[in-house]
Design a protein around this ligand. Structure first.
Ligand code: F6R
Length: 608
């Protein structure tokens, strides 16, 4: 996730671009840059680090002009460094981009064959070259961008400026957000509304497959195929604060709703949407690595540990390799037996968690291979690992992890399918069936998100509870643990997650009519056993809230049901966690806690 901004008007635009980027910094903050047209040429300024570094550079040596583009980066291809910061330049063209160009490797090869040289490790630089080739051959900037887009596969929001035209920007969108701001003799473009609000409250949301040319006079919008688009601006009435959260009351709620996109971005470039195949090169682990694996050891903390449990179940099931999931904070203190032949998968949203980092380092010193599954590019765990499988959830601001968790589930599911194929324990047919379902998951998640109002009603019914239990078996046992953690960390309701079969070994003693018991009952291989566990709860008058994909299953058992669409077993957690996140969110919000910054907790835990 990155933030882009563009301005065409009458004022000095560098400060306007900087201010817009500041409003977009939540989308990424490892480097930033601007390109400003001074009437004669393009001046590009870039800086690694937070936006203040770019601000300092511009204060030392200002750039002048009234047309420009800017970018704040969240690295996906190429580590955070000035040379990878946007804008990227080729000839007369400068480009900023948010998204991932899936076919960048083949395009780069083709451009190199034409003698083009690359100065960065990004996928974006190819866009600058392609547009430059077209304009050099005589195309207008608008047509050059159109011709370029036809060669790209993947997600993008781009803004392009040319040295040859001091008063025009060209923009395009596919699967990444882009909105135009309409002012009096001024046009803007940005990844998100907050960046525009200081200059315009009348905005036009571009749709996928559209491109726009903006000048001081207004916007011309067309589809890629050339059809004209007439779209009236809509008036934004949100306050700036509301706008930063996309209109949601809290970042956590916004991030819960961003999950379908986070999953799409995590799959993008690794799973082909067209033929549902895997792209092994992007998996962070080579065939040679796979051949040498004797055992897989997942190391993680908190929510990431719950994702690791999911990884462990799936890896054993699909790749038939012994796998364990260990709490990183315990692993180091018991003289673990680990070494050559062990693949350690260190799972971490931040990539900086001290316990996970230290545990992975220890395993590395003892000879294990380390694969990082992290969300933050260039983070400490990614740097020390032999390979990295990045989740592309974008920056997560709410302390309680939501979209990073489901992106981790998605990444680990991909890894399990990949290892299953490499080890030949998973047939091509079965892998194909799994991948075909995988690409449906984001839309199925969207249908779960549509039930938010109903989940809020259920939350209201348990608002004053002191305790809650979450039960699941098999893959759903990790979801039960995660559901309980979400509830306790943001609402301060005491909650426990249990594997359903453990109930009769102790926790059943807690159950009475006041105890909400959230039961995960998807139609899977453990359903029958789970239903017996739920009967045990009902027999003690427990208040059952059932997560089901088939309403009839819990008919006489549950006080409330939370509905998810049916899916194949490995993907159930990606759907069933969503109502539990919403449930926790609404309980916390209705109780009036500080949802985004719960007491005593920090987003990145860098102490052991
Ligand atoms: C809970 C939560 C934490 C983190 C844990 C590990 O919502 O976010 O439990 O999962 O602190 O953090 P990372 O994933 O950054 O290693």
């Amino acid at each position: 996730m990155c933030g882009i901004i563009g301005y065409v008007g009458n004022e000095e635009c560098a400060p306007i671009l900087l201010e817009g980027l500041r409003r977009l910094e939540y989308r990424g903050y490892d480097s930033a840059g601007v390109a400003v047209h001074d009437g004669t040429q393009l001046n590009v300024r870039r800086a690694a680090g937070k936006l203040t570094a770019l601000g300092d550079s511009l204060a030392r040596s200002p750039v002048h002009g009234t047309t420009g583009i800017g970018h704040t980066r969240w690295a996906t291809h190429g580590k955070p460094a000035e040379r990878n910061a946007h804008p990227h330049v080729s000839g007369d063209i400068a480009v900023v981009h948010n998204g991932i160009i899936e076919n960048h490797v083949e395009l780069k090869h083709a451009l190199r064959a034409k003698g083009r040289e690359f100065l960065s490790d990004t996928d974006t630089e190819i866009v600058a070259h392609l547009v430059d080739i077209e304009t050099t051959a005589g195309a207008t900037l608008f047509e050059a961008v159109r011709a370029t887009l036809k060669q790209l596969r993947g997600a993008y929001a781009i803004a392009v400026i040319s040295k040859r035209d001091a008063h025009t920007l060209v923009l395009a969108k596919n699967a990444s957000p882009l909105v135009l701001g309409v002012g009096d003799g001024v046009m803007l473009a940005a990844s998100d509304v907050p960046a525009l609000l200081a200059h315009s409250r009348d905005v036009i949301f571009l749709e996928d497959g559209e491109l726009a040319e903006i000048t001081r006079e207004g916007a011309r919008i067309e589809t890629l195929a050339g059809a004209k688009v007439e779209r009236a601006p809509v008036r934004i009435t949100w306050s700036l604060m509301q706008a930063e959260r996309g209109g949601y009351k809290h970042f956590m709620l916004k991030e819960i709703h961003e999950q379908p996109r986070a999953i799409e971005d995590t799959l993008r470039g690794r799973v082909s949407w067209e033929d549902a195949s895997l792209e092994p090169a992007e998996m962070g682990i080579s065939a040679a690595d796979v051949a040498g694996i004797r055992r897989v050891v997942f190391l993680a903390c908190g929510t990431s540990f719950h994702a690791a449990l999911h990884g462990r179940y799936l890896l054993e099931g699909l790749a038939r390799v012994p796998a364990v999931a260990e709490l990183a904070s315990e692993f180091r203190y018991r003289d673990p037996v680990i070494g050559a032949g062990d693949l350690v998968v260190a799972v971490s949203q931040s990539g900086e968690t001290a316990d996970t980092l230290a545990a992975a380092k220890e395993a590395k010193e003892r000879g294990a291979r380390i694969l990082a599954v992290v969300n933050v590019q260039g983070s400490a765990i990614a740097r020390m690992a032999h390979g990295t499988l990045y989740t592309h959830a974008g920056p997560e601001i709410g302390v309680a992890s939501t979209k990073c968790f489901t992106a981790q589930l998605a990444a680990l599911t991909m890894l399990a399918i990949h290892l299953g194929r490499c080890r030949d324990t998973l047939s091509a047919d079965r892998a194909g069936a799994l991948l075909r379902e995988f690409v449906q998951i984001p839309n199925k998640m969207r249908t779960v998100l549509e039930t938010a109002k109903h989940v809020e009603t259920v939350a209201r019914s348990i608002l004053h509870t002191r305790d809650a239990l979450f039960l699941g078996r098999g893959l759903s046992s990790a979801v039960a643990l995660e559901g309980a953690l979400k509830l306790k960390e943001i609402s301060y309701v005491h909650a426990e997650g249990y594997a359903g079969g453990e109930m009769k070994h102790g926790p059943l003693a807690l159950v009475d009519r006041d105890m909400p018991v959230v039961c995960l009952l998807p139609t899977d291989s453990t359903l029958e056993k789970m239903l017996s566990n739920v009967q045990e709860v009902r027999a003690r008058d427990g208040n059952v809230i059932a997560v089901v994909d088939d309403e009839t299953v819990a008919k006489d058992l549950a006080t409330h049901t939370l509905r998810i669409p049916p899916t194949l077993e490995p993907f159930t957690p990606l759907l069933s966690i969503v109502p539990l996140q919403l449930l926790s969110y609404y309980v916390a919000d209705l109780r009036g806690t500080d949802v985004d910054q719960p007491r005593n907790l920090a987003k990145t835990v860098t102490v052991e």
